[in-house]
Design a protein around this ligand. Sequence first.
Ligand code: PLP
Length: 282
Amino acid sequence: MPDIGFVNDRFLPLEEATVSVEDRGFQFGDGIYEVIRTYHGQPFQLDAHLARLERSAKAVELPLPWSIQQWVTYIRDGITRSGYPESKVYLQLTRGVAPRDHVFPSAARPTAVMTVREMKPMDPALQASGVSVITMDDWRWGRCDIKSVNLLPNVLARQKAKQTGAFEAVFIRSGRVTEGAVSNVMIVKAGLVLTAPEGEQILSGVTRTIVLELTKKEGLSVEERFVSLDDLQRADEIFLTGTTVEVLPVVRVDGKAIGPGGSGKPGPVTLKVQAAFQRFVG
Ligand code: PLP
């Protein structure tokens, strides 16, 4: 089964897919991206991902080279070509190739890149047992709602998490929980599900939106408001949401056990939401 590459409307084997060293994505991180996974071979929430791509592009004044319908065609074509049972599609759009200058180039056309690789699901044992997280100062920029390729703080945070034996790093900005390096964060307090509101401090996760809808359908109450680091540490339950993590219980924060009675086990609300999500994706 091949890994698929795609550069500017041309499909090619992934190892042959290259862009110029003068690409502004490489030089400046002047670009945006999306990660889309399939379930049952179908791209999950494709419209929502492409709507976010469009929003990110608009926010950084990057023209989309094609219509949304054309993106859909390319993505579906890439998935078919890869032939994997489940695929992970990565899309990246940059301001193109031009001599290095911070100012937008007048002539460059955007570079559009896609890769399609096999989607390896998360370890079911981790999904069942839950994971550890560390907390870290959120020193990212002020527009975390834009899915920009500038991921250095996220890279460093995730590496620090790995080095300390944790799965994810949760960002704290001015004492408030924003999100994870690759996920959104939800806490449960006295039966209420709380998560940071949409806005410039978090990425509006596609999974987050679905999970909030499902949570309400399960009869649980949801509040979209910031919680403090203290709230996180004293939460009854915590879980992460995201394309790669789905709904993932958190059982330790900075080494301290979370969960009913400090059990370090996933709590009932988390398990309910996790089950609802798994039913939703089939
Ligand atoms: N927050 C950040 C910083 C992310 O990078 C991601 C996903 O990559 C998410 C949240 C979750 O977003 P989604 O559910 O759309 O994958």
